[in-house]
Design a protein around this ligand. Structure first.
Ligand code: SF4
Length: 704
């Protein structure tokens, strides 16, 4: 008998979705390695994935039992699952009866498994009767969802990672895959190594690690992306480097786009973006010479007050050049979280419906409601992430149930979020770790099973669904999230939650997708366990999955054509810098930490990269403020301040500073929590917050 038992699973960090083999020895000790057969990573793992087993094995910070407080004045005490869920059901039922279903909400996470996402969506929209179900994915990819819908008629990522090996021009825009999607970056790097004529354009106000492989780094001023993509579009049109036959046969609105983008000169565009005309021309020539052109983008585009416009302006470049629906080509939005895509499949956002059906469509709502057998589904979109916490603050929302996310650190304007949580009548936190700062405000804490302690599925950035096996039992009385949800639904008195396994939930989800554009009715756990991962749609049980969408050039719009969306603004509409707050703060991830560090923060090996929070300040801005490398600075915005160490750098333009997102309160104060500073401004269409543009001042910290 082997000394190990092996399990196939998926990394629980970023949207790349690397396959992992977890090995458990006879003592129950787990190790992980990259799955050599998984098509995404082919055996590779990055530093975070490689250290996942430490997170599972370190039980020190785990929540082991349900805890509840009887009133705000009392401390929480251990209770049984029945006591916890009876109380939750009683409070929710009472609030709903008194104030209506829109007085409660659920705030979940792109780290939830698809089955959990499906069930919380069914519970909220189909039975409680509110669409107040939103997710922290709102903070990372909701602008891309709207961008895709506007251009293609549906939220559909057209391409696959395998297209990387077929492309010869990449535009990496507002993303730092070298740190945030490392295995994907490794594949792009390998493509360039193998085919040195491959051109790589990086668009970013910061010179990041991803620029190491760039032929051209367009270091634009923050927020000016639309102007840049319009400038490139103009150059392509002027030089007749566009795919006329694709445009005329398969797109709508070209003339409007042409008129709009050609109304500025390249000199004007260059001035807006803070780059040269020569750089714009070079980017356009790389694209026009390419046989396969891929755009890849992430938070730099999405997290903006004009995030949707940025998405559409970039997608327009693929449409202009006909680089879509063919090998090595397409616009590719990278999801930050491991199952942001799965959440989109099940309609796990306040404005979406299950199986990519349309919440605004009466027929679709009726279809889903009939399938679930619950209440009529409301046509009113629910509260989005920031709206939900605004509503808690002003008292319109009375109770919130938070699953697998730490909004007190991750949402913008953290001091406002703190007020909201304090003001809430009832806060439930369902999580794995006591390291979440949000727990401080919970009336009810529910212990959830973590990665490797439950089974389920996730979908990565390229629509690839992978099964995650259960490797060990969860500690204490922790339960899989899916079970917590069905137990709660039964306590609420709802029918239709008589599940016994995650597999049953998945089966139901698959069958609801039948006949839709994301049809996965040909999938089931047996196929996923025995045949490996699949890219949706998978409409038949002998279907091998779909590598690429739109190969037939038929889009999901009413006309069947893709649409050129003419971006309405070319200038950022974010917070205005003033004499008091003259610098633009942008935030982002570092290589070895994940979100709010509740998992990666406890792995010593991951702390050797960067241990503490910091702010990057350009040399000139540092000189003007008498700041030296290593000094402690006070960073202040209209909303709050933080104390943080300075890194003087030459990777940012003057006037721009950068802070990582990962740290919350350290040592009991606000040291390092970047969201003390960030604005509440959101994109009006996607409601995604603008984390990339807050006006701040930086000054030397003087100990009083
Ligand atoms: Fe995990 Fe992403 Fe690293 Fe792959 S690239 S191992 S999915 S964190």
């Amino acid at each position: 008998m082997s000394a190990f038992k092996t399990y196939k699973t998926t990394c629980s960090y970023c949207g790349v979705g690397c396959g992992i083999i977890a090995k458990k020895d006879r003592r129950g000790v787990i190790t992980v390695e990259g799955d050599p057969d998984h098509p995404v990573n082919r055996g590779m793992l990055c530093s975070k994935g490689m250290n996942l087993h430490h997170v599972v094995q370190d039980k020190e910070d785990r929540i082991l039992y349900p805890e509840m407080r009887w009133s705000k004045e009392h401390a929480r005490e251990r209770v049984s699952w029945d006591q916890a869920l009876d109380r939750a059901a009683k409070v929710f039922n009472t609030i709903i009866k008194k104030h209506g279903p829109d007085s409660v909400g659920f705030y979940v996470s792109g780290q939830c498994l698809t089955e959990e996402y499906y069930l919380v969506n069914k519970l909220t929209k189909g039975f409680i009767g509110t669409n107040n179900l939103d997710t922290n994915s709102r903070l990372c990819m909701s602008s891309a969802v709207v961008g895709y819908k506007q251009a293609f008629g549906e939220d559909s990522v057209p391409i696959s990672y395998d297209d990387i090996e077929l492309a010869d021009c990449f535009m990496i825009a507002g993303a730092n895959p070298a740190w945030c999607h490392p295995i994907l970056y490794r594949r792009i790097e390998a493509r360039k190594e193998k085919n040195p004529s491959t051109k790589i354009i990086v668009v970013d106000p910061r010179k990041t690690q991803s620029c190491d492989i760039a032929d051209l780094h367009l270091q634009i001023l923050p927020g000016t992306d639309v102007a840049l993509y319009n400038a490139i579009a103009k150059r392509l049109i002027d030089r007749k480097k566009i795919d006329k036959s694709f445009i005329h046969g398969h797109t709508d609105n070209f003339n409007a786009l042409k008129e709009s983008v050609c109304s500025f000169s390249l000199t004007e565009y260059a001035k807006i973006c803070g780059i040269t005309v020569a750089e714009i021309k070079k980017a356009a020539s790389y694209i026009s010479n390419a046989k396969g052109f891929i755009t890849l983008w992430a938070m730099g585009l999405n997290q903006s007050s004009i995030g949707v416009n940025k998405n559409n302006a970039l997608i327009n470049l693929s449409l202009l050049t006909g680089h879509i629906g063919k090998p090595g080509s397409g616009p590719f939005s990278l999801t930050g979280q491991p199952n942001a895509m799965g959440g989109r499949e099940v309609g796990g956002m306040a404005n979406l419906l299950a199986a990519h059906k349309d919440l605004a469509n009466d027929h679709h709502r009726r279809e889903v409601a009939n399938f679930w057998g619950g209440k009529e589904i409301s046509s009113k979109p629910g509260l989005t992430a920031t709206e939900m916490f605004d509503a808690l603050e002003n008292g319109k929302l009375k109770a919130v149930w938070i699953i697998c996310t730490n909004p007190l650190v991750s949402l913008p304007n953290a001091n406002k979020v703190e007020k909201a949580l304090k003001n809430a009548k009832f806060v439930v936190v369902q999580d794995i770790s006591n390291r979440s700062e949000t727990i401080e405000h919970a009336d009810l804490v529910l212990p959830a099973a973590g990665w490797a302690e439950k089974e389920g599925t996730m979908t990565n950035s390229e629509r690839r669904i992978t099964y995650l096996d259960k490797v060990v039992d969860p500690p204490g009385e922790a339960l899989p999230d899916v079970e917590i949800l069905w137990r709660f639904a039964r306590k609420m008195g709802y029918k239709g939650f008589d599940y016994n396994s995650a597999e049953e939930v998945y089966k139901e989800h698959c069958s609801l997708t039948k006949g839709t554009n994301i049809d996965i009715s040909g999938l089931n756990y047996i196929r996923l366990k025995t045949e490996g991962s699949f890219q949706w749609p998978v409409p038949k049980n002998n279907h091998a999955g779909t590598e690429r969408l739109f190969e037939d050039k038929k889009f999901y719009t009413d006309t069947g054509n893709a649409k050129f969306v003419v971006p309405k603004f070319i200038k950022p509409t974010s917070e205005i810098c003033t004499e008091k707050y003259p610098l633009i703060l942008t935030s982002g991830r570092i290589r070895d930490q994940w979100h709010t560090r509740t998992k990666t923060g406890k792995v010593n090996r991951l702390l050797t990269h960067i241990r503490d929070p910091y702010i990057e300040v350009n040399q000139v801005d540092a000189f003007l403020r008498k700041l030296n490398d290593g000094d402690i600075a006070i960073v202040e915005s209209k909303r709050g301040k933080v104390r943080v160490r300075v890194k003087v750098c030459d990777t940012l333009n003057k006037g721009v500073v950068f802070m990582p997102i990962h740290w919350g309160k350290v040592f009991g104060n606000d040291y390092g929590r970047v969201n003390n500073l960030t604005t509440n401004i959101v994109d009006p269409m996607s409601k995604e917050p603008d984390f990339k543009f807050s006006a701040v001042q930086v000054s030397k910290y003087v100990k009083s």
